[in-house]
Design a protein around this ligand. Structure first.
Ligand SMILES: NC(=O)c1ccc[n+]([C@@H]2O[C@H](COP(=O)([O-])OP(=O)(O)OC[C@H]3O[C@@H](n4cnc5c(N)ncnc54)[C@H](OP(=O)(O)O)[C@@H]3O)[C@@H](O)[C@H]2O)c1
Length: 231
């Protein structure tokens, strides 16, 4: 039986991004969604992974509100104006590795630590956007060291936290969710506009998956089409 019973309340973390914005628009027009709240670096409260204390501060503000049945964290980074994904071992550097781990692993981990407490104890799903390239067993091409490794670390955090939540919040599911290749700022330098899907279509697919997540599926790594991905 799906954990989310309708109607539901939703929280989108990273609501300023391409996929975050598309989720906000979709949920605002979805008649079973009673309310959707978005937070990002510029919202009130704000959340900025370069300042990890903002995670707890945002949690404390939202903790006064009614619980959420659906939480989706879309925050992530693949490139900045200072660096692109590494092509080979000699490109590895401490700055890029640190920033990728801070934004793709540490920030989302601390967000799960606090924000899982905002889930409705009677039924809630919390998805964090991961990436198929974070799959260790599916890695055939190499490259993109720090992005791959930071998403693999995120996946392990989600899996480990899900085991604890099975005891403490048995009606909550934690999911690592791959959105597919989506046209966005993140994918643009890598042919995203040509090979990617529209964010609206990707979010529609991901919402269908999340609204059907069952208790036993907590701790899984899912694709936008519902397939389970290899770790
Ligand atoms: N697009 C794809 O093809 C694809 C494929 C696989 C996985 N993903 C994953 O999907 C998620 C969303 O990607 P997207 O395509 O929507 O990318 P995007 O448009 O670049 O959005 C990225 C989001 O992350 C936020 N962000 C970046 N650094 C941050 C920080 N230090 N603190 C707080 N927020 C920060 C951005 O905030 P600002 O607006 O303030 O910059 C924005 O809201 C990411 O986790 C990505 O790894 C995407």
């Amino acid at each position: 039986m799906p954990l989310i019973s309708k109607p539901f309340r939703a929280l989108i973390i990273g609501s300023s991004g391409t996929i975050g914005t598309a989720f906000i628009n979709l949920l605002n027009s979805y008649d079973q969604c009673l309310d959707v709240i978005g937070i990002n670096r510029h919202s009130v409260p704000s959340i900025n992974y370069l300042y990890p204390e903002t995670i707890q501060q945002a949690f404390e503000t939202l903790n006064n509100k009614e619980p959420f049945q659906l939480i989706i964290n879309t925050i992530g980074v693949l490139h900045t104006e200072n660096w692109l994904p590494e092509k080979r071992l000699k490109d590895l550097n401490e700055v890029q590795l640190s920033q990728q781990f801070l934004i793709n692993s540490i920030g989302p981990a601390l967000t799960i630590k606090y924000f899982s407490n905002l889930l409705d104890r009677e039924g809630g799903v919390y998805a964090t956007l991961s990436a198929k390239v974070g799959s260790i067993s599916d890695n055939r091409l190499g490259g993109w060291f720090s992005y791959r490794a930071s998403k693999a670390a995120l996946n392990m955090i989600i899996k480990t936290a899900s085991i604890e939540l099975k005891r403490t919040q048995p009606n909550s599911a934690l999911i690592a969710l791959h959105p597919g290749t989506v046209k966005s700022n993140l994918s643009r330098p890598f042919n995203g506009e040509r090979i990617g899907r529209e964010p609206e279509a990707a979010c529609q697919d991901m919402l269908s998956v999340l609204l059907n997540v069952e208790r036993e599926e907590s701790g899984s790594f899912k694709s936008y089409n519902g397939d389970d991905l290899p770790w």
